[in-house]
Write a protein that binds this ligand. Structure first.
Ligand code: ZN
Ligand code: ZN
Length: 371
């Protein structure tokens, strides 16, 4: 892991913030060749510089990552599936093609390895599990190495033959203008060997479908669309390549009472006319247990009372959102005889309650405008 303060990726490559993809690629290639470990054996400084420029290139060459980085800086990349490079193999695996044939055969053997496919699993979780975090067991079906042949694809006791077309290199070379181009061997598909006696359990593929149970840790603060990456839980790689990753895509169920908007949460709370007019104290169940608040006399319907920091804990650790308690004044629909009497009396009072010299109420203004 790269820790501590990081330099701005644009300064690392020495490019303008609006540089296009082509010039970023060109500059990276130039710098990468200069600081390449093969050209600077035993030079720790060059090695660190090489990793640094490769990491910058990894982000700036990917439009989605670049946009996140532009908007939020280094923090924007945390949790977005971005992993800084730790070794050279990863770098060559990711963009070895940039170096082309420059470094000859030594690296090519490594770059033949192919990372396994990433997998996706859609997981529906409850509203409160998204807010508090939880753990879920899932079962996935994925390709895994065949137990019978150990992934070789050969019938036990037999072994693969070296491919006659590429002599086991896995690549065939042909010239194109000034350049030599390497392409995967058409006969062995890049593996360098041919299986003449295939394993019956996997038909020579070396991989079979298997079910696997996994525990998914859901951190507090996730929302619909959040992705959880389980490194290496995708399908197995080929020719020694690493496993793919498994992405859990979350969908959060709606709650009967709470409505979520980012890290803020809204709760509507009904009160009566008299409570709104006279004021009242209400108690309710918030996200973290009981809350209570005084609603002042004369509160209008739709008034929000804000509980700072009582919303959802931010997924990236930036504090917590707020809880909005929206007071809704409910008009009664079924009045008892006595209630009706009181409302009628109230209505009469309202009709005659004009106090000279006082500010006119909204009702009086409307009445004046009609007459
Ligand atoms: Zn097998
Ligand atoms: Zn071949």
């Amino acid at each position: 892991m790269v820790t501590g303060n990081k330099r701005d990726y644009y300064s690392v490559l020495g490019v303008d913030r609006d540089a296009d993809q082509q010039s970023i690629k060109q500059i990276y290639r130039k710098l990468a060749l200069k600081y390449h470990p093969d050209r600077n054996p035993g030079n720790k400084e060059a090695e660190d510089r090489f990793k640094e420029i490769s990491e910058a290139y990894q982000v700036l060459s990917d439009p989605a990552k670049r946009q996140k980085y532009d908007q939020f800086g280094h923090q924007g990349l945390d949790g977005s599936g971005f992993q800084p490079f730790t070794g050279f193999d990863e770098i060559f695996e990711s963009f070895g093609d940039i170096f082309g044939d420059f470094f000859g055969g030594g690296r090519r053997t490594r770059s033949r390895a192919v990372k396994g496919d990433d997998l996706r699993y859609d997981l529906v979780i409850d509203f409160m599990d998204a807010i508090k975090g939880s753990e879920r067991e899932i079962e996935i079906e994925k390709l895994a190495f065949c137990d019978t042949c150990g992934g070789s694809g050969c019938k036990p006791g037999s072994s693969p033959r070296t491919c006659p077309q590429c002599n086991g290199i896995g690549q065939v070379r042909r010239s194109q203008g000034f350049f030599m181009i390497s392409t995967p061997c058409p006969q062995c598909h890049g593996s360098g060997h041919i299986i003449s006696d295939p394993c019956t359990a996997c038909s020579g593929l070396g991989k079979v479908e298997k079910r696997k149970r996994l525990t998914v840790k859901i951190p507090p603060g996730v929302d619909s669309g959040s992705r959880i990456r389980l490194r290496g839980e995708g399908e197995p790689g080929s020719l020694g390549g690493p496993n793919g990753d498994l992405y859990i895509i979350l969908r959060v169920k709606e709650h009967a009472l709470f409505q979520r908007n980012g890290d803020d949460v809204l709760l509507e709370y009904p009160i009566t006319f008299s409570q709104a007019a006279l004021g009242t104290t209400i108690e309710f169940e918030g996200l973290d247990g009981k809350e209570s608040v005084t609603v002042p006399a004369g509160t209008q319907s739709g008034k929000d009372i804000i509980f700072k920091g009582k919303g959802v804990r931010n997924l990236r650790g930036y504090g917590s959102g707020d809880l909005y308690l929206r007071v809704i004044v409910v008009t009664p629909t079924r009045l008892s005889g006595r209630e009706k009497e009181i409302f009628e009396e109230l209505s009469q009072l309202e009709g005659t309650a004009v106090h000279p010299g006082k500010k006119k109420s909204i009702f009086e203004k409307i009445k004046d405008s009609i007459s």
